[in-house]
Write a protein that binds this ligand. Structure first.
Ligand SMILES: Cc1cc2nc3c(=O)[nH]c(=O)nc-3n(C[C@H](O)[C@H](O)[C@H](O)COP(=O)(O)O)c2cc1C
Length: 180
């Protein structure tokens, strides 16, 4: 099963990126997760959408060739980061690779709420006609105070967090097989 993963943070030491690579490593026997680079996308400009930049085109192809999508995103000012919205805006005008794609959302924040507000906005955006992703119902991965969930070597070691992720990822895999 091939999954395209999009991280909503463009910072090098991003906790959300670490969560994405944790998921990539932990489930590599059953899912081939490829991280998509959105941080080099230029700002969306409708004047340029007829011929999208190479960075966008290659991400679109990666999504088209996947069985599912995974978003792992922080919350910025109670919504999704601009870098992620920018990528989704490009996708919505460049072949709509997200349309009908089984999608799972996860998010980590340093505060207590674990990206609740950001994920609510993301679900709304993914439901827009130009995006139309098929989002896993009921299951949500909110990871609060994420800075406390790693050991000194940068490994995600918190048992409750790992169990939580295991449960949702298992549900995601079963659901993809049902809806694909
Ligand atoms: C511009 C900005 C806005 C933020 N707004 C929120 C917010 O609304 N809610 C929240 O829980 N954390 C907020 N944070 C803190 C993030 O949870 C924290 O920086 C987190 O580590 C970002 O994810 P990353 O480590 O993957 O980059 C904000 C951080 C930045 C830089």
């Amino acid at each position: 099963m091939k999954i395209a993963a999009i991280v909503g943070s463009n910072r090098e030491d991003s906790y959300n990126k670490k969560v994405a690579t944790f998921i990539q490593d932990r489930y590599r026997d059953s899912m081939d997760i490829e991280l998509i680079n959105i941080r080099d996308f230029p700002l969306y400009n409708q004047d340029e959408e007829e011929v999208p930049p190479e960075t966008v085109q290659s991400a679109v192809e990666q999504i088209q060739n996947s069985d599912g999508l995974l978003f792992v995103t922080p919350e910025y000012n109670h919504s999704i980061p601009a870098v992620l919205k920018n990528a989704i805006d490009w996708f919505s005008r460049s072949g709509r690779p997200t349309a009908g794609k089984p999608t799972m959302i996860a998010g980590a924040s340093q505060g207590a709420l674990g990206t609740v507000r950001s994920q609510l906005h993301l679900r709304q955006i993914l439901n827009a006609p130009g995006v139309s992703a098929k989002v896993l119902p009921q299951n949500e991965i909110f990871l609060g105070t994420i800075q406390d969930k790693f050991d000194n070597n940068g490994n995600l070691t918190d048992r409750a967090t790992i169990d939580f992720i295991d449960n949702v990822v298992t549900n995601f895999k079963e659901w993809i097989n049902q809806v694909s």
